[in-house]
Design a protein around this ligand. Structure first.
Ligand SMILES: C[S@@+](CC[C@H](N)C(=O)[O-])C[C@H]1O[C@@H](n2cnc3c(N)ncnc32)[C@H](O)[C@@H]1O
Length: 153
């Protein structure tokens, strides 16, 4: 399997400590999604959507642990029952708000990734396909984001 980045996500966050854990907690955070020019044609009609899925690589993630505590609590959870960045294949997924397109650059809000994160794919968020009103919050129900202890992955 070969996967190559299609662009780079530029954000205000240079360290994990200052980086929000989900777009929910960073809805105003500005980002610039730079698409490499050879993929620019694939952006046609993207302006018709308000929100986009960004699929990217956690390129600075630490060691993988299949069961571990998370940013929301100290209880161990399976990596596939969490959004923790230290995971096999290092894939991140965030829904951001599309503000506008400037040629091969997408101006977005709600970024929760480190500056210069490699972008792997973009898909439009389409409510009639994606919104599930009866979805469960699982073990995250009632949990709040806490400040990250220094040095914690
Ligand atoms: C909990 S993850 C959630 C990311 C995404 N919304 C998801 O659900 O896949 C967000 C955290 O990942 C870490 N992170 C963000 N970008 C990263 C990168 N490029 N490499 C390693 N870790 C990163 C930061 O600590 C950030 O607070």
């Amino acid at each position: 399997m070969e996967i190559e980045p299609i662009g780079i996500i530029h954000t205000p966050f240079s360290s994990k400590e200052e980086c929000p854990i989900q777009p929910l907690y960073s809805s105003d955070s500005p980002g610039r999604v730079e698409i490499f020019v050879n993929y620019e044609a694939g952006l046609k009609d993207i302006e018709s959507f308000f929100h986009l899925y960004l699929i990217y690589q956690f390129d600075r993630a630490g060691l993988v642990e299949l069961v571990r505590s998370t940013f929301l609590d100290d209880e161990p959870h399976g990596i596939y029952a969490s959004r923790h960045p230290c995971r096999p294949n290092s894939i991140g997924l965030s829904i951001v708000k599309l503000i506008r397109r400037e040629n091969n650059i997408l101006i977005v809000e709600g970024v929760d990734m480190l500056d210069n994160t490699p972008l792997l794919d973009i898909k439009p968020y389409i409510p009639k396909f994606d919104a599930i009103v009866s979805a469960s919050e699982g073990w995250t129900a009632g949990k709040q984001w806490r400040p990250k202890p220094e040095g914690r992955e």
